[in-house]
Design a protein around this ligand. Structure first.
Ligand code: IDP
Length: 186
């Protein structure tokens, strides 16, 4: 989903950004990281990671439900029950597709911090369907299909925090002060 109403705030926020397996396979890691770096956000966590199936399920169950018109917040414990209930359904087939995509190769997990980073990152990334994403955005410039849209970005500050906690272990995040900080924020 694209959230044009998500207006950049003046708050310092965190966003979970992930380069999906197609972005890694296509050699776009440097290009994508560089767009966030050049904008002026601060990288707090970075790793190449093979997403376990269980984590993919937690992340995509809510997306799957949303695409079918339901608003559901899924926790890890709910997965087994939900998956059983969905067996044989269209929603389950869609979910399996999303899960095999995200587990098909390594992903790059990132935690970015900055003023208004959540909405700004969504703008840098562009619309979910790359054919509708504006030129100049990551998806607009580098992708053609929703099912291969190279990058993920959190859709709210709350989800930014939640997703960073889900994808990173304690000790994998670093707090530091970039020397350019006073040249970016007055
Ligand atoms: P977003 O990534 O722009 O926030 P969401 O609607 O949250 O978009 O969907 C999450 C991800 O699920 C998408 O980025 C895309 O990879 C995948 N996805 C969503 N809808 C479809 C679809 O209709 N076909 C294939 N993949 C989809």
């Amino acid at each position: 989903i694209f959230l044009p109403h998500l207006v950049a705030s003046m708050e310092v926020e965190e966003s979970y950004i992930m380069i999906k397996p197609d972005g890694v396979q296509r050699g776009l890691v440097g290009e994508i990281i560089s767009r966030f770096e050049k904008k002026g956000f601060k990288l707090k966590g970075l790793k190449l990671f093979e997403c376990p199936k269980e984590l993919a399920e937690v992340c995509f169950l809510s997306t799957g439900f949303r695409n079918f018109g339901y608003s559901v917040h899924v926790e890890i414990e709910d997965c087994v029950v939900l998956k059983r209930a969905l067996q044989g359904s269209e929603l389950q087939a869609f979910l399996s597709q999303l899960i095999s995509y995200i587990t098909s190769g390594p992903v790059v997990c990132m935690a970015w911090e900055g003023v208004g980073v959540v909405a700004s990152a969504r703008k840098l990334i562009g619309a979910t369907n790359p054919l509708q994403a504006e030129p100049g955005t990551i998806r607009g410039d580098l992708a053609v299909q929703t099912g291969r849209n190279v990058v993920h970005g959190s859709d709210s500050p709350e989800n930014g925090k939640r997703e960073i906690a889900l994808w990173f272990k304690e000790g994998e995040l670093t707090d530091w002060t970039p020397v350019q900080a006073p040249w970016l924020i007055e």
